[in-house]
Design a protein around this ligand. Structure first.
Ligand SMILES: [Zn+2]
Length: 412
């Protein structure tokens, strides 16, 4: 006795009385088997129901519902133990109804793809995030999927009855079924969308196609020899429409333009931004050139060369690098540059004809900033990372300057 699956014949009952016939464990958690259950176990691409089971003195939440392989029994995995005897069950209806809308929508869409594109469904996946089917052809054009989407919605609007019934395998073989599970004997459960689709399926479905509400294809992508079609139905389609409507309305208000003009408006903005970035880059380079000249004018002598030692506040590493490069290009120059802030930066560089080993010089200076990372070559070195105030960066540079002077004097 594996427990009767009452949802097979009735997908709309959400509160029911039953009897706990077995108390067990599943993956270390308490679990029970009932005489009959309306809880749907994870199978056939459809996730399990959740809800609760109540006994006189306690309530257990149903966290998972699984099929025990050994005897095909439906096990309710609980957040706390229950005992043998009478129990009432309550299914989380919004979750279940969502699964019914998506699953019935899937049957309709799968049949629509057969009629419109001769494409068979070879996979089905339903999760809280997405619903997908995999088709056995890769070249599903927008024209094809739009035609399938329209046909699916027409079948929804026709409000056709959806029946579940059980037949013997031999009888099923003679029926025009869309899908028969391979290698299974005994009785088969069929889902019949009147006059449109007949297939073997163990899932829960709405009673009439109208309850699917609407179906929208969201994405079609090639996957090897298959195409994966992502879609949504009913409540999910409404939620998706709401979200998109809010985004489009917000964009329209921000850009003061109507829905139809949004895309060209965004493209225009992108072009403008591109032009502005190019102008900004040119002007920044000109400004840095002027700044480098100013720094060189204020440089202190270093033997036959000159030294620029300067601390900035919150300057970008890239800007520091450009400034150092300009100083080094001037010839006979050493630049010891630092930037204080949330991410302190050091940049040491020199002209080929100036003294000092920048890669060596920067190491103790980075260490003085508290474990900053970096290094470099004799003519160019940089590093940074941890936050450091202006005083700390100034002190690190002052020490580097002293070392540089001492080394230069030793050479002379
Ligand atoms: Zn199904």
């Amino acid at each position: 006795m594996s427990g009767r699956r009452a949802y097979y014949t009735d997908a709309y009952t959400t509160r029911f009385a039953s009897v706990v016939e077995e108390v067990t464990e599943e993956a270390g958690r308490p679990a029970v088997r009932l005489a009959q259950t309306y809880f749907y176990p994870t199978s056939g691409g459809q996730p399990n129901d959740t809800g609760c089971l109540r006994q006189r003195d306690r309530t257990a939440r149903v966290l998972d519902v699984v099929v025990r392989e050994a005897d095909d029994a439906v096990l309710h995995v609980l957040d706390g133990p229950l005992s043998l005897g009478e129990v009432t069950g309550e299914i989380d209806w919004p979750r279940r109804f969502d699964h019914m809308q998506q699953h019935t929508g899937q049957h309709i869409l799968s049949q629509a793809f057969i009629r419109v594109a001769e494409a068979e469904t070879v996979g089905f996946h339903l999760s809280p995030q997405s619903v997908t089917i995999d088709l056995d052809r890769a070249d599903v054009t927008p024209e094809l999927w739009r035609a399938a989407e329209l046909l699916a919605n027409e079948v929804i609007w026709q409000n056709r009855p959806v029946h579940a019934r059980e037949v013997e395998r031999a009888e099923a073989d003679a029926l025009p079924l869309r899908k028969i599970p391979p290698g299974r004997d005994g009785r088969l459960r069929l889902i019949d969308i009147e006059g449109f689709d007949l297939t073997a399926c163990g899932g829960t479905h709405v009673a009439h196609t109208g309850a699917v509400g609407a179906l929208k294809v969201l994405k079609v992508e090639r996957r090897g020899a298959n195409a994966r079609v992502e879609f949504c139905c009913g409540g999910r389609a409404l939620a998706d429409y709401r979200q998109k409507h809010d985004v489009v309305t917000g964009l329209g208000e921000a850009l003061t333009t109507g829905q139809a003009d949004l895309l060209p408006a965004v493209v225009r903005l992108q072009d403008e931004a591109k032009g502005l970035r190019a102008t900004l880059k040119r002007q920044s380079a000109a400004l840095l050139g002027l700044e480098a000249q100013q720094l060189l004018a204020e440089a202190e002598p270093l033997g036959a060369a000159r030294l620029v030692c300067r601390v900035f506040a919150g300057r970008e590493a890239d800007e520091l690098r450009q400034l150092g490069k300009l100083l080094a290009e001037a010839g006979g120059t050493v630049g010891l540059l630092g930037s204080a802030g949330a991410q302190a930066q050091l940049l040491f560089c020199r002209s080929a004809d100036a003294p000092g080993m920048m890669g060596e010089l920067i190491k103790p200076a980075l260490a003085a900033l508290g474990g900053a990372r970096g290094g470099g070559r004799p003519t160019f070195a940089q590093g940074g990372g941890p936050p450091a105030g202006e005083a700390a960066v100034t002190a690190a540079l002052a020490e580097a300057r002293q070392r540089l002077r001492a080394a230069a004097n030793a050479v002379e």
